[in-house]
Write a protein of this length. Structure first.
Length: 190
């Protein structure tokens, strides 16, 4: 597989199905941000964390590739002329979302209840989680904007919403695992 094709040299790129759009198209911003999100999850996975979390993060990274492929396929190009789906992969569905919820429930069972907002930080690994959560929220906002322009699978929006929640809970879990301080946000009174 050749890495450079030169087909994007004039500022356009191809979607699945062959249509070309500008590289600044909202759809490209969406799956480009999902790719950025996936890279940050890889950064978290490369930290000194427990193997169960690493395995969950690999699963999530795989699912984000699927989500990106779904975003790269316009609705009108999803079905081939022979009636088969263009993407011959399992799509993001409610099971993927339920997995994230189950992971959060399991982590939350071992954490003290939240009484305040929490300031990002306390440990480099925890900070990586918060940065990743912010990138996830940006991906979600972009996908919501795309959905306003053209229908996308609602499971994409639900998955990104749940994943940002998962990353927040993961930050709290890693704070505990790494014996870091969770700094509560207590507004200064003037």
């Amino acid at each position: 597989m050749k890495i450079y094709t030169k087909t994007g040299d004039k500022g356009t790129t191809a979607l699945y199905g062959g249509s070309r759009v500008p590289k600044h198209h909202l759809r490209i911003e969406c799956y480009g941000t999902v790719d950025e999100l996936n890279s940050y999850i890889g950064l978290i996975r490369d930290q000194e964390i427990d193997n169960n979390t690493k395995e969950a993060l690999v699963k999530i990274q795989d699912e984000l590739f699927t989500l990106g492929a779904m975003l790269a396929t316009p609705k009108e190009k999803e079905i081939l002329k022979n009636g088969k789906e263009r993407l011959n992969i399992p799509k993001i569905n409610s099971e993927y979302i339920e997995y994230l919820e189950a992971q959060m429930d399991q982590m939350n069972d071992e954490l003290p209840p939240m009484t305040h907002f929490i300031l990002p930080g306390g440990h480099q690994t925890v900070s990586f989680c918060h940065i990743t959560r912010c990138v996830c929220r940006r991906a979600e906002r972009l996908c919501a904007a795309l959905n306003d322009e053209e229908d996308i699978d609602n499971n994409i929006l639900m998955y990104l919403n749940r994943l940002s929640d998962y990353l927040f809970v993961l930050a709290r879990k890693l704070t505990k695992d790494l014996q870091a301080n969770e700094v509560k946000w207590i507004p200064n009174k003037l």
